[in-house]
Design a protein around this ligand. Structure first.
Ligand SMILES: C[S@@+](CC[C@H](N)C(=O)[O-])C[C@H]1O[C@@H](n2cnc3c(N)ncnc32)[C@H](O)[C@@H]1O
Length: 397
């Protein structure tokens, strides 16, 4: 599809626009392929785009470190109007959810089985009364099972070490029972989310806790003494309600546009044809995407393909690791090029402070058409500092 306004642009996106944006003004329906790139405002502040809006409906079915902002995806989907969009690093499914809401067919791939499960659960269609009935039923059955004399045990050292006895019994009971239901995938996500919250960790280190916290501790988040939890039931119950609410909310804007999620290595798998890519690749040496959901891999028995994860933190930041990272990222974009139409568009959101992506375009069969930087100053938690994020627009060479 023809794309106006991308040629040779290198600039910081509309800061004046950012200041003018008021609460509730994240309505991007006015953006179309003729909207000049220079008029886009991508510099939302925390007040303008608060967390509850960035994590609207299914975007917050489960925590995920490294997610991009759905509003950014929406802006570019409206600007490009693709026939079909691909995200070769689909992660928690942000591109797929936003594309579906705009009636655009989408395909996403990820090496992490848990991330693929999350993307599928977010974009699936549900019979809502049945979903609600099933999710409440498995919860009630879990409650009865844990109060009976039934045995629930696991050989997993990880699970036995990271959960209190009672919490683990509740999680294992839920895991046993979910197999009997049609919507067991949604249950797996609830189970994982409850497991994440009921691990023996401090409240301020939920992303990558180093060792189990078995005794009371001073909590930097709540500024008081907190105790590690031994109860998963409260979380299972809370997340059941929250999941039903979020899926119902998304169903109001969900369309019948097909969404396909492929679990595999994007440097070698075969993609169907598409005319746009909107993606955010793994950053070099920053995050271990499998490890951040270790509890889910252990509880759900998912296949661990962390060795194929590009740029993972555990591969380090050495020079050879950097060369490997650049070569792996390039292989993904080369592979995706085979399925991208010749007039297609690639949008890459990346924090490229070392300008690693400058050379990658030509090495992978593309040229850089535009580079936008946007100011990110709305992060919370670990990442409070402001920084400039790049949005690269590539075209097939
Ligand atoms: C920055 S995250 C993407 C986040 C996504 N934009 C979202 O909003 O959830 C990068 C993703 O790339 C995935 N990944 C890493 N190596 C991969 C590979 N070889 N093939 C496919 N996906 C890979 C990781 O598992 C991770 O989910």
């Amino acid at each position: 599809m023809a794309l106006a306004g991308f040629r040779d642009l290198r600039f910081q996106t509309n800061l004046a626009g950012a200041r003018a944006l008021t609460d509730g003004a994240y309505d991007f329906r006015g953006i179309s392929p003729t909207t000049p790139l220079s008029s886009l405002n991508l510099n939302w502040t925390e007040e303008q785009l608060p967390e509850r809006i960035r994590t609207k409906h299914v975007h917050r079915l489960h925590p995920y470190l490294g997610k991009f902002v759905p509003q950014l995806v929406e802006v570019f989907l409206r600007k490009i109007e693709p026939q079909k969009v691909c995200d070769p690093f689909c992660g928690s499914g942000t591109t797929l959810v936003e594309a579906n809401a705009l009636d655009i067919p989408a395909v996403g791939a990820d090496i992490s089985e848990f991330n693929c499960l999350l993307s599928k659960v977010k974009t699936a269609h549900y019979n809502l009364p049945k979903l609600e009935k099933e999710l409440k039923s498995v919860l009630a059955k879990t409650d009865s099972a844990v109060n009976s004399s039934k045995q629930f045990q696991t050989q997993s050292d990880y699970l036995n070490c990271w959960f209190g006895h009672k919490a683990l019994r509740q999680l294992l009971a839920y895991r046993t029972l979910l197999k009997d239901y049609e919507y067991s995938d949604a249950m797996k996500v609830i189970l994982s989310r409850a497991a994440r919250s009921s691990r023996l960790t401090t409240h301020f280190d939920l992303d990558f806790p180093k060792k189990p916290q078995t005794t009371p501790y001073y909590c930097h988040k709540h500024r008081r003494i907190c105790k590690p939890t031994d109860d998963a039931m409260a979380f299972l119950s809370r997340y059941t309600g929250d999941t039903i609410k979020r899926i119902k909310e998304f169903s109001k804007i969900q369309t019948r546009a097909p969404v396909r999620v492929i679990c595999g290595d994007s440097s070698s798998l075969r993609f169907p044809e598409f005319d746009a890519i909107i993606t955010s690749p793994p950053y070099f040496g920053l995050i271990d995407y499998h490890e951040q959901h270790r509890y889910a891999y252990e509880l759900l028995g998912l296949n661990d393909k962390a060795d194929l994860e590009i740029g993972s933190a555990k591969k380090g930041k050495s020079k050879p690791a950097l060369q490997q990272y650049l070569s792996d990222i390039s292989r993904v974009f080369k592979n995706a090029r085979k399925s991208l139409s010749d007039d297609g568009t690639v949008v890459i959101v990346v924090h490229d402070k070392s300008e690693l992506f400058e050379e990658l375009a030509s090495k992978s069969g593309y040229y850089l058409e535009a580079k936008l930087s946007r100011s990110v100053n709305r992060r919370t938690g670990m990442r409070k500092t402001d920084f400039l994020e790049d949005v690269l627009v590539w075209r097939p060479a």
